[in-house]
Design a protein around this ligand. Structure first.
Ligand code: IMP
Ligand code: MG
Length: 189
């Protein structure tokens, strides 16, 4: 595995907070009066899910989780999606909002959408805090998106590298030893 050199802040906690407030406002408007269930995709979405759920005002809101993996410990997608924790909730007639940390190739969400297709949900939409449109390998686009970012490997706000850095409040670019010099001012770790 490449050695980590330093972290460079890309999006601050304050910017994220403002964006989550904004997304919650849109979701409140679109889901008012509907039987809604947030489906968090573990592990990456746990921070965003907690923030978003506490900013919306949907009294009938339910929360559920699935754990899937498409990445090993590396920074490139394998294209294979494994379900590690399956749904227990009945989705019949529910409006499902998939909550994700990042849409990269789109493979994970394309797989999940087809997996959920015969669960009789009233609707299935996607809300992601980060989006890397330049990396897309499927047609899939999120319905709600926090920030479109360039093709860089990022950590923090739930996102990991080899299971680390999820707890960082900012979204940071991870720079590796031996890579071309990036922006200055990153924090050495
Ligand atoms: P996709 O199936 O290629 O869209 O991959 C989505 C999953 O890959 C995300 O839910 C993340 O877990 C992981 N991922 C993609 N890009 C990054 C990144 O820049 N940092 C950390 N994890 C990432
Ligand atoms: Mg993920």
């Amino acid at each position: 595995m490449p050695e980590v050199k330093y972290l460079e802040t890309m999006i601050t906690a304050a910017q994220i907070d403002e964006k989550v407030t904004d997304l919650a406002r849109q979701i409140d408007r679109d889901y008012a009066g509907k039987d809604t269930i947030f489906l968090g995709i573990l592990k990456g979405s746990y921070v965003f899910m907690a923030d978003l759920a506490r900013k919306v005002h949907l009294d009938q809101l339910e929360m559920c989780f699935m754990m899937v993996s498409s990445y090993g410990d590396a920074t490139t997608t394998s294209g294979n999606v494994n379900i590690k924790l399956d749904l227990e909730n009945d989705l019949t007639g529910k409006h499902v909002l998939i909550v994700e940390d990042i849409v990269d190739s789109g493979n994970t969400l394309a797989y999940l959408k087809s997996y959920l297709a015969n669960r009789q949900a009233a609707s299935v939409k996607i809300c992601t805090i980060l989006n890397k449109p330049s990396r897309r390998k499927t047609q899939l686009e999120p319905d709600y998106c926090g920030f479109a970012i360039p093709d860089a490997f990022v950590v923090g706000y739930g996102l990991d590298y080899a299971q680390k850095y999820r707890q960082l409040p900012d979204v940071c670019i991870l720079h590796f030893e031996g890579e071309e010099a990036g922006a200055e001012g990153g924090k050495r770790i």
